[in-house]
Design a protein around this ligand. Sequence first.
Ligand SMILES: [Zn+2]
Length: 171
Amino acid sequence: MLSTTRFTPAGRKNVTRDTDPYLPGKTARHMGVCPACHAVRNGQRWTFDTPTAKMLLKRTGEVDLHRCPACRKIADGFPFGLVTLAGAFLAFHRDEILSIVRNEEKRAMGLNPLARIMSLTEEGGRMEIATTDEKLAQRIGREVHKACSGDIEYTWSDDVKLLRVRWMRDA
Ligand SMILES: [Zn+2]
């Protein structure tokens, strides 16, 4: 059985769509770089830019060296999207479905470097994917459903910023 308790730290309930604690505050210094993934922050915007990241990493002391919101969510085990894929169909089309999932991650990261897969676990014929971004979870569900049909369900939490996507196909 998969345990989801590790994804619900005590402070979780106080987080709403409007108060994402992982987004930088207005007082954040102008330029920064994440020491974990080397995403570059320019004001409020994060991008992947290797030459700029290398340059900024040499100028420690002048630039902000803090982990980006995605790396902090990953370190905290604090997903904003949870996708569960299940059913007998999955076992026969596992590689095809996995490549849909990975393609969606690649595509999302090209648009927003903070949209990532935090973890992907397979157990008891189910695949569980935790994402740092609810839109990525939604897209993974939508693309798997589009390619493989089956049943899909989206549940947005009222009190927390978390989208649960459940896809299932048996035959
Ligand atoms: Zn990072």
